[in-house]
Write a protein that binds this ligand. Structure first.
Ligand SMILES: *Cc1c(COP(=O)(O)O)cnc(C)c1O
Ligand code: SF4
Length: 440
């Protein structure tokens, strides 16, 4: 690709494809009109957006619908329960907007749009600071959700923040400017990490991003040692990092932060090795690394996309090759299209362990499978046979109750369990880990 091509690309913002255009695109590219119809129906409920890069360079249309990136981004019938699908399909066929709206609201409400009480818990409470775009769950880390970063260049079908992307205003949680963040930080000198997240903060213009990041360099904010930026731009829109003034300014911004002594970590969401096989993605990673930022990667293990040890081994290997440190393998949350993407914990553990065995130590740095649940981040270390029967060996990597971190504990083995709420203490000594009022 020539630089001119790249400049042209950078000028083209990714656009949402919806309704009839989605139906036609899927039908034409796959040659299957039924798939097009089904995608159209499901996209009434779950947010859908895809960039030209994903369509033209990532998806292998010869393999669709089984291509992993197609599965990752395009709506599929089985993402909804059959009765929900039928309800929406009928409403769409009737063609009355009010009926469709009502059916869509009903189905969305049934999909647990706010897993882990994100809207009510962890939001800082201060008389004179609007905490609505922040989460402060673990003492050392502040999560910041800039308003203009609450979308992505494409959407993942399994996104646990899907409810933020649909057009219901009261589902949104976001911060309108950096002042609430800086005032909160000044009142909390114990915070060492600021994590900008979304959505994808790199959908914001660099100037806006800088308005959140540059205040972290000001005197008095030395306690903020680490700045993490969560993004899937390398996979969904690498041109954000490749060419044009916006990309160059972004790299200069990251350089200023690292030169000032901050640890800058790009938290890259990478689901499949196919995302690292284009020249655009590899060049984007090299440019990011050249700023002195540390590149780390995380993604959930999900059915239809990466539920296979070889896929994870290849992904980790490709990450190491591109100077990316594997960080987390997450468990898909209990929201949205989980019936389609979700896996039993027992399967996730097998995938993790078998993938580890295939890579060298540098590729074994991802912790997983991890549930980011209400009481904390719980890693499933394995399945063990104890006196009282078979059990999951668990450990908190992070906990609301900090003294629980790092201690092994056990839950009754359940081959169908997919999430923290499905687990029960194995024995009496495990009860304290499940909390009062929790799932004890
Ligand atoms: C995962 C997470 C963090 C970061 O945890 P680390 O262990 O530092 O990676 C911070 N806040 C919340 C709410 C999280 O879910
Ligand atoms: S990149 Fe992250 S926030 Fe964006 S759609 Fe995918 S999972 Fe959701």
């Amino acid at each position: 690709m020539t630089l001119l091509d790249l400049d042209t690309r950078a000028a083209l913002a990714p656009r949402s494809i919806s309704g009839d255009r989605l139906r036609k695109l899927v039908a034409e590219r796959t040659g299957d009109p039924v798939l097009g119809h089904e995608a159209h129906v499901v996209s009434q409920v779950l947010p859908f957006k895809v960039s030209s890069y994903v369509i033209d360079e990532l998806i292998d249309w010869g393999r669709a619908p089984d291509d992993p990136i197609y599965r990752l981004t395009f709506p599929h019938r089985d993402m909804l329960e059959p009765e929900h699908f039928a309800l929406i399909e009928q409403a769409v066929a009737q063609g009355d907007r009010g009926t469709v709206r009502q059916a869509v609201d009903t189905v969305r409400a049934a999909l647990n749009p706010h897993p882990g009480d994100q809207l009510s818990m962890n939001v800082p409470q201060h008389d004179d600071i609007d905490g609505s775009g922040m989460q402060h769950k673990y003492s050392e880390t502040l999560l910041v959700f800039p308003r203009q970063g609450q979308t992505c260049h494409s959407y993942c079908g399994y996104c646990f923040r899907w409810a933020q992307f649909v057009d219901t205003p009261d589902l949104k949680m976001a911060m309108s400017g950096p002042e609430a963040m800086t005032r909160y930080l000044d009142l909390h000198p114990g915070i060492t990490d600021v994590l900008l997240t979304g959505g994808d903060p790199l959908v914001m213009r660099t100037e806006l991003l800088a308005s959140y990041l540059e205040p972290l360099l000001e005197p008095g904010r030395e306690h903020v040692e680490t700045i993490r930026i969560g993004t899937k731009a390398v996979s969904f829109w690498p041109y954000r990092l490749l060419a044009g003034p916006e990309a160059d300014d972004l790299l200069r911004l990251l350089e200023r932060l690292t030169a000032a002594g901050k640890h800058v970590a790009m938290m890259l969401h990478l689901s499949h090795v196919a995302e690292l096989q284009t020249d655009a993605a590899r060049t984007a990673l090299a440019r990011l690394a050249s700023t002195g930022a540390v590149l780390r990667a995380q993604a959930p293990v999900v059915r239809h996309v990466n539920d296979d040890p070889r896929t994870w081994a290849d992904l980790w290997q490709a990450q190491v090759r591109n100077r990316v440190v594997p960080y987390y393998m997450f468990v898909e949350r209990d929201t949205g299209a989980r019936p389609y993407f979700g896996l039993p914990l027992a399967r996730a553990v097998d995938i993790y362990r078998e993938a580890l065995q295939r890579v060298s130590g540098l590729g074994r740095t991802a912790r997983g499978p991890v549930m980011s649940a209400s009481p904390g981040k719980v890693v499933v270390d394995g399945v063990v046979d104890l006196d009282g029967g078979r059990a999951f060996a668990l450990r908190f990597l992070q906990a609301r109750q900090a003294d629980l971190v790092g201690k092994p504990f056990f839950a009754k083995y359940d081959e169908h369990a997919q999430w923290w709420d499905d687990l029960r203490p194995h024995g009496p000594r495990d009860r304290e880990f499940f909390g009062a009022g929790g799932n004890a």
